[in-house]
Design a protein around this ligand. Sequence first.
Ligand code: LMR
Length: 334
Amino acid sequence: MKRFIALTTAVFALATCLTAAPVAAQEFVIKFSHVVAPATPKGKAADRFKELAEKYTDGRVKVEVYPNSQLYKDKEELEALQLGAVQMLAPSLAKFGPLGVKEYEAFDLPFIFPDKAALRKVLDGDIGKQLFAKLEDKGIKGLAYWDNGFKIMSANTPLHVPDDFLGLKMRIQSSKVLEAQMKALGAVPQVMAFSEVYQALQTGVVDGTENPPSNMFTQKMHEVQKHATISNHGYLGYAVIVNKKFWDELPDDIRTELDKAMVEATAYANDIAQAENDKALEAMKASGKTEFHELTPEERTAWMEALKPVHEEVADRVGKDLIQAIYQATGVTN
Ligand code: LMR
């Protein structure tokens, strides 16, 4: 009897072994939506993150990158992230106001960062962390800050001094600081999704805009703008953000690998951004379609004087203390 029981147990165990399907490791998909071309600092960094994330998780995470507003435009992509329709985005810091995190608009203040080193001190220090914390109760987690670059102004007429902006319709991102900036120059600001800018410039719905060279070039804006001024008057960069619930619920080992991929993709992004913008500027100059103007020292002073009041004007909105903290970190006051 004992032998019979042992035998049936063995047969049963063997049968179980033969029929049980191997337990598949759970797989995850990250939809990463963005609004710029693949050949930009953000586009390249998103692709690099995909490559590293898939490699480090042995394919358990699949990252689908959707560039050029293929899935969502600026405002919709933030809503989609909160709803969980996409898991990852990298909107510019100028686009967090409508979400209720107005503090990020401090990064739009004209001439607040003398250079990238000053900017990095702010974003990579306590201020960058504190601003990420403000996203949490919106269901969003901040992972990294990626550079693009300093902006140039373009239009179909030369933009040498503030008076040249009088009455021009200028496309801006959805930032009240950028609105105040354009008004201070005498222009008429118009908020518009990035995906609509080329056509708006081409058809004359707006007269001009501002962007780093990499965005201007990859959207072919130089083909529909006769003049541009290398003013470097303001910064444009990104916060890489994820749906917090999705991120928090990932298995720890997966999240660790994704964190590692993000650290490396961020180093890559911030390493290539300047060169990508320099290359784009050279390519636009070589195309001969836009005439580029460098500000003379006198013109630069005139721009700075005209834009100075913006800092004071928006202080209540973006936070006086935050602006002071940025001045302190950079060593440059208005
Ligand atoms: C813009 O809307 O001009 C930029 O924020 C686009 C981008 O993501 O670089």
